[in-house]
Write a protein that binds this ligand. Structure first.
Ligand code: BGC
Length: 244
């Protein structure tokens, strides 16, 4: 089955048609710059343009960078505040004329990595962490996703953990990789203490630089970079729509 997967991010809205049986891309990935301000209306228009680019009709899976409950955005930590309480599924389905299923971006990436990437077929507890502007999380056990974990917002050093060790925090504070790696390690140790995952999969912008900080990591679980790179969210979102 082939499904259009979309990944909505702060700087780009990306999509590709995915064969959800084997996780391969049926089309090239296409990216459109996220409109600024990224209001619901403006983003809906961009998503609609992306769907038109692929000349696609059928179910669509879409990753979104906020807590999503029953298709509704409940938070807006790193996106336009006007998204809170917007029925994202409804908005995007109306804008595109297709049936759009919306899932948290990290949950989508976790699903993608588990089915076709670094966690392929893993039957234990897998924690995916996406390190970018914020920190996104997904927990998957025996192939089943526990959605909406939002572990970038556990309180850490008196604030949301993502304020302390996201990639944006590294850039903002101009931290060298080893120093940032030590911070991230503290966060990973905290996650390990709480959830004892067998495997951590690190995605998002920082995952490409894992060689620069992996020596700072001292958790017991294995830590691997996402292998689907920036396609994990698109592939996982398409799978999510296919599962429905
Ligand atoms: C949001 C999450 C999202 C993550 C990565 C966090 O600030 O709360 O929902 O998954 O950023 O985009």
């Amino acid at each position: 089955m082939e499904i259009l997967g979309i990944d909505i991010g702060g700087s780009g809205i990306k999509g590709a048609v995915v064969n959800i049986t084997d996780g391969t891309l049926v089309t090239e990935r296409h990216r459109i710059v996220t409109p600024q301000p990224a209001t619901p209306q403006a983003v809906a228009e961009t998503v609609s343009a992306l769907v038109k680019h692929f000349n696609y009709t059928g179910p669509i899976g879409c990753g979104f960078p906020a807590l999503i409950r029953n298709g509704i955005a409940k938070t807006a930590a790193n996106i336009d505040k006007s998204w809170v309480d917007i029925a994202v599924e409804e908005l995007l389905s109306e804008a595109t004329g297709q049936s759009v299923s919306v899932i948290n971006d990290a949950d989508a990436a976790g699903l993608g990595e588990l089915r076709f990437g670094a966690g392929n077929g893993h039957m234990g507890v897998v924690m995916m962490l996406t390190i970018g502007t914020g920190i996104g999380s997904a927990i998957i056990h025996k192939g089943i996703l526990l959605p909406c974990t939002e572990l970038g917002h556990v309180e850490f050093k008196g604030d949301s953990a993502e304020k302390y060790c996201s990639d944006a925090a590294r850039e903002r504070e101009n931290l060298p990789w080893d120093k940032w790696g030590k911070r991230f390690n503290k966060y990973l140790q905290h996650m390990e203490m709480l959830f004892s995952p067998d495997l951590f999969i690190i995605g998002g912008g920082a995952s490409k630089k894992i060689d620069k900080f992996k020596d700072q990591l001292s958790v017991n679980a294995e830590v691997v970079p996402a292998s689907l790179r920036n396609m994990a969210g698109i592939i996982g979102a398409a799978c999510f729509a296919g599962d429905k």
